[in-house]
Design a binder for this molecule. Structure first.
Ligand code: TXA
Ligand code: MG
Length: 342
């Protein structure tokens, strides 16, 4: 991909309206524009144009068998993109849209093959972030948008992260400050008989079950490994360049693990919550936030993975604490497991 000048469009001051208009205009012209959502920054392109979507794969270095999510601004856009809308879909839409929930449904012919990686389903989400909504309203097109990172890297939660990964490879980034959730949306497959959570996120299993009154399925590690229903699940993801190792939840187990590496002459960064900072000795300390505020931990986690790499060349390994796998903790652990080396 040829090198280009990446514009930073601000939305926190007087040039607000112009930035939104310019982002929409670039998207209509087939250009790539990164923009904030309530989950992470997305790398948008016209979702109905094969050529525009192809540029996303090139800019990210993304494998072409990993399908993209289409983002819509209004519910009226949905029916043209799917071949059927079930009662279950309606219930989930009613409860969680706009918001951090992506629904996988049977696709219509309108959706280009490149968006779905030739699957017979398409993933769709209506984001709630005010800037994303304004851009989608202005552009009046479904926007294909994966997370705006280089493939394999931690997803971006600040415009600065997008610039670090994609400067010179995309037309513009709309800077709307930090994303709220900090982790990608929950992906639920509605194309079969029961809803299956393909990727845990801010809209939790518990919330979904409450809303629909039936239980949902999680693919087991085994089924995910052998028949990846969500093709993205088979790749290593979100990974810092530094070796990342997941430790326990308690100070003593974490310290033991850190000492094992230090005794081998390794320089260790410890990424733990605020309550554990004073109890733990390591070469570098990274703060994951308050232990009782997992929503904040989720907002910080990708930032911390990027902070690890900023310590290079002075660190050999990062040991990160684990969290209980319930609520948003499940999404945090899912991403850490994909980012970790062992
Ligand atoms: O929060 C998010 O979802 C962000 C923001 C920008 O909206 N987007 C995002 O996109 O995380 P991406 O491309 O990084 O992740 C999309 C995930 C991948 O795991 C992909 O395999 C899965 O959704 N996916 C997309 N289409 C699918 C389909 N038809 N069937 C199953 N999985 C699908
Ligand atoms: Mg991604």
């Amino acid at each position: 991909m040829s090198s280009q000048h990446t514009k930073i469009l601000n939305v926190n001051n007087f040039d607000d309206a112009n930035s939104v208009k310019e982002a929409a205009k670039l998207l209509k012209n087939g250009e790539l524009v990164a923009f904030p959502t309530e989950t992470v920054y997305g790398l948008g392109a016209n979702g109905l144009s094969t050529e525009a979507v192809m540029n996303i794969f090139t800019a990210k270095g993304r494998p072409s068998d990993n399908p993209l999510i289409l983002h819509i601004g209004e519910l009226e856009q949905l029916d043209a993109l799917v071949s059927e809308r079930s009662e279950l879909a309606n219930q989930l839409i009613e409860s969680f849209w706009p918001g951090a929930l992506t629904l996988v449904m049977k696709r219509s012919q309108l959706v280009p093959d490149i968006v779905t990686a030739k699957l017979d389903t398409v993933a769709i989400r209506m984001p709630s972030h005010p800037v994303a909504r304004r851009i989608l309203k202005e552009v009046q097109l479904p926007i294909a948008a994966p997370s705006a990172n280089r493939s394999g890297r931690p997803s971006p939660t600040l415009a600065e992260h997008v610039m670090n990964d994609l400067n010179g490879r995309i037309a513009a980034v709309v800077d709307g400050g930090a994303c709220g959730y900090g982790l990608e949306s929950t992906v639920v497959d509605l194309s079969g008989d029961v809803p299956v959570i393909l990727r845990p996120g801010g809209v939790t299993e518990e919330m979904i079950e409450d809303a629909v009154g039936t239980s949902v399925m999680r693919p087991t590690a085994n089924t995910a490994e052998h028949t990846p229903k969500s093709p993205g699940m088979k790749y290593r993801h979100y990974a810092p360049d530094t070796a990342l190792i997941i430790g326990g939840k308690q100070a003593n187990e974490l310290q033991e693990l850190i000492d094992q590496y230090r005794n081998k002459g390794k320089r260790v960064a410890a990424a733990v919550t605020a309550d554990l900072q004073k109890e733990i000795q390591a070469d570098h300390h990274l703060n994951l936030g308050e232990k009782d505020r997992l929503d904040r931990v989720s907002q910080r986690v990708y930032q911390v993975l990027r902070e690890v790499d900023a310590l290079q060349p002075n660190v050999d390994v990062c040991i990160i604490q684990s969290f209980e796998e319930k609520g948003i903790g499940r999404a945090i652990m899912n991403r850490l497991n994909k980012a970790a080396n062992v």
